[in-house]
Design a protein around this ligand. Structure first.
Ligand code: PMP
Length: 426
């Protein structure tokens, strides 16, 4: 057994967060299982922050990357193109209904590109629209632009005032047995209408589920009503599907199920099946045409060095193949969660149970919700002792497992949560 210690030369992202425990050292990972350096095995019940879509080291994706690495590992995309990028653009365009694909490096920059395109599109039309509209509780990434449209938190506070003038509208999230959701939806729509009275470049939202704020789910009719208001005001709609994309909500994209036809869509996380960091922003042909001009200042400039990296594209194509070969793995996941969550929902500490697609969540009844509350950390610790890795968001406990998770592993996850609740004082 190796004792875990903080590494002397790493600046780890969770170093300072509320007495964070020393990171667990991972030796290798396959399927839903992480193999730790100290000999323990853990079920990765949240797909390493919603990334490893099929599970770790999915063999078909690993093989596609290895083959691509033999052929073309990288070339600057500014002056060149290549088959993997073109095939991926064709496929994602056909699947999303958005004709143009712009590459970037991760979820934050996919969002940032969407915001920049929306802004410049208006500018190219001769209209300065400086206002963006976002939803309370939203999370869109950690780059400065993406932070500006996310909820204010202890993480964004040091960077105030953030870029962009942003109006915020309530997010009327709901659960299985909710009361008063219609009233909250109507109030949110009224606030949206009010915000849209100021000409706004775009409205950005996480379709169906706000992830980082605690798997906060809204109903499809609410999102359709949002879309109607956005269209009526002549603004643009940006769907951030970084978390919800690729089957996570039970349909390939959450927009599909919600009846949304956004102007821009950001994708990342599951895009490469979790193998390589890559993001894409899909845009409608109408928006693209707004950048075709003899005026060089009308051009959209955003050129990352690794744009359209061929290895990432090959991984994304193989991941799509894997997804399409067996769609029941995501369309039927919700039915697998339901009986377990129903059972848990009778526990006196469980509030607001909900699930959609591969995502299941509930709140632990505590007096002190919020990111730094101790109950979530305690549940994480107790589940770890039972061989299950999860990471509650404040007092929200959730599962977002890889599609390869077996029934036996799913049962172990719920059993660990049940035992952790029994051992929690509340
Ligand atoms: N948007 C959403 C909805 C997300 O959930 C995340 C990541 N949690 C991001 C954007 C940012 O993605 P990344 O961490 O890859 O920058």
């Amino acid at each position: 057994m190796q004792p875990s210690t903080w590494h002397p030369h790493l600046w780890h992202p969770t170093t300072q967060v509320a007495h964070a425990p020393v990171p667990l050292k991972v030796l290798q990972a396959h399927g839903a299982t992480l193999q730790l350096a100290d000999g323990r095995q853990l079920i990765d019940a949240i797909s390493s922050w919603w990334v490893t879509l099929h599970g770790h080291a999915e063999p078909t994706i690993a093989a596609a990357i290895a083959a691509q690495a033999q052929q073309l590992e990288q070339v600057i995309f500014a002056n060149f193109s290549h088959e993997p990028a073109e095939s991926l653009a064709d496929r994602l365009s056909a699947l999303s209904g958005l004709e143009r694909l712009f590459f970037s490096d991760n979820g934050s920059t996919a969002v940032e590109v969407a915001l920049k395109i929306a802004w410049q599109w208006w500018r190219n039309r001769g209209e300065a629209r400086h206002r963006l509209i976002a939803f309370e509780g939203a999370y869109h990434g950690d780059t400065v632009g993406a932070m500006a449209v996310g909820a204010r938190s202890i993480f964004t506070a040091p960077f105030e005032p953030l870029l962009f003038d942003v109006a915020r509208v309530p997010w009327p999230h709901t659960c299985w047995h909710d009361e008063g959701v219609e009233e909250r939806e109507a109030a949110a729509l009224a606030e949206l209408e009010q915000a849209l009275q100021t000409p706004s470049a775009a409205v950005i939202l996480e379709p169906l589920i706000q992830g980082a704020s605690g798997m906060a789910m809204v109903r499809p009719p609410f999102l359709r009503a949002v879309q109607e208001r956005v269209r009526a005001a002549g603004s643009l709609l940006i769907a951030d599907e970084v978390m919800t994309g690729f089957g996570r909500t039970g349909s390939l994209f959450a927009c599909e199920q919600a009846g949304l036809r956004p102007d821009l869509m950001a994708l990342s996380k599951g895009l490469t099946g979790g193998f390589l960091p890559m993001g894409v922003t899909l845009a409608s042909e109408r928006l693209y045409q707004g950048f075709i001009s003899d005026d060089p200042t009308a051009t959209f400039f955003h050129g990352h060095s690794f744009t359209a990296n061929p290895l990432g594209c090959a991984a994304a194509l193989a991941s799509l193949d894997r997804l399409e070969a067996d769609p029941e793995r995501y369309t039927h996941f919700e039915a697998r969660h339901r009986p377990h969550l129903e059972l848990l929902s009778h526990h006196p500490l469980v509030r607001r149970p909900r699930c959609l697609g591969t995502v299941a969540a509930f709140e632990v009844a505590v007096d002190q919700p919020g990111y730094l509350n101790a109950v979530g950390r305690r549940i994480q610790h107790l589940c770890l002792e039972r061989g299950v890795y999860l990471r509650p968001l404040g007092n929200v406990v959730y599962l977002l497992p890889p599609l390869c998770l077996s029934d036996a592993q799913l049962e172990r996850c719920y059993a660990a949560i049940g035992a952790a609740l029994e051992a929690s004082p509340g």
